[in-house]
Design a protein around this ligand. Structure first.
Ligand code: SAH
Length: 244
């Protein structure tokens, strides 16, 4: 039996946003690997082994998944949203890079709806022109790099999506990020706090940088910041298709 490794995105939370090809891959899997809350979204069934692990062991998790696939299992690594956006797809290829004897494993990546696109759709079209996505966690990069990327993206007038904005172990950095944004964009710029999008806990708040507070974000929030032309029309937020 030839094993395979599939890295699949489960979307932002609602089951209707899981793609049919991901559903098929999960139905055919012998093993599911991933961060505990993501694996918890997969119903148990006979013949399926669940391997939930803690979030900080991405490379070990990826190597374990590759080893199981090399031994003939049909392994699905699950991520929330899209697996290529601050998630497991890169970790799998990095693990392959470090263990070339596992590079022969047949691997495919199945996309999912990433948080920023689900959040954008909820509010209108705030990412309707050029935009960028920045992971605010400094687990895997220095905070100085995060600050530089925020500042230069703001200067380039990108709309921005911020993932992992604030956690219990990093309570203060998001406030610093907001300070940089106020310096570069002014206080009237629109900002959206989108929490637990498409789940029963969903909460969306549209405000300006003047009123934005660090406490409005947590680890279940994706934060969108408009560009200089982003505006409200009724309850909607949109960024025009043109730039000046
Ligand atoms: N691969 C995921 C991102 C993983 S990083 C994706 O493509 O969406 C985890 C971060 O994603 C969280 O801290 C939060 O910023 C964001 N996120 C994931 N799901 C979310 C949701 N349903 N609502 C709001 N933000 C979400």
């Amino acid at each position: 039996m030839t094993g395979t490794l599939t890295v699949a995105g489960l979307g932002p939370g609602n089951e209707t946003l899981i793609t049919p090809e991901v559903t098929v891959a999960i139905a055919e899997a012998t093993d599911i690997v991933g961060y505990i809350p993501y694996v918890a979204r997969i119903p148990a069934r006979e013949g399926l082994t669940l391997h939930p692990t803690d979030n900080r062991v991405e490379l070990e998790r990826a190597t374990h998944a590759l080893e199981m696939a090399a031994s003939g299992r049909k392994v699905v690594v699950v991520s929330s949203g899209d697996p290529g956006v601050f998630a497991m797809a890169s970790a799998v290829f990095e693990a392959m890079d470090r263990a070339p004897h596992l590079a022969h494993v047949e691997t495919r990546i199945l996309p999912g709806i990433t948080a920023m696109l689900a959040a954008a759709a909820r509010t209108g079209a705030p990412l309707g022109h050029d935009f960028c996505a920045i992971n605010l966690s400094d687990n895997l990069k220095p905070w100085s790099v995060v600050e530089k990327r925020i500042r230069l993206s703001a200067q380039a007038d990108f709309a921005m999506a911020f993932y992992n904005p604030r956690s219990a172990s990093r309570p203060h950095q998001f406030g610093q990020a907001l300070d940089i944004l106020r310096q570069e964009c002014g206080t009237e710029r629109l900002i959206i706090f989108a929490r637990a999008v498409t789940t029963p806990q969903e909460k969306i708040k549209v405000t300006t940088l003047a009123d934005a507070r660090a406490e409005m974000a947590d680890m279940r929030t994706v934060v969108l910041v408009g560009n200089s032309l982003t505006r409200c029309i009724g309850p909607y937020v949109y960024t025009p298709r043109r730039a000046e």
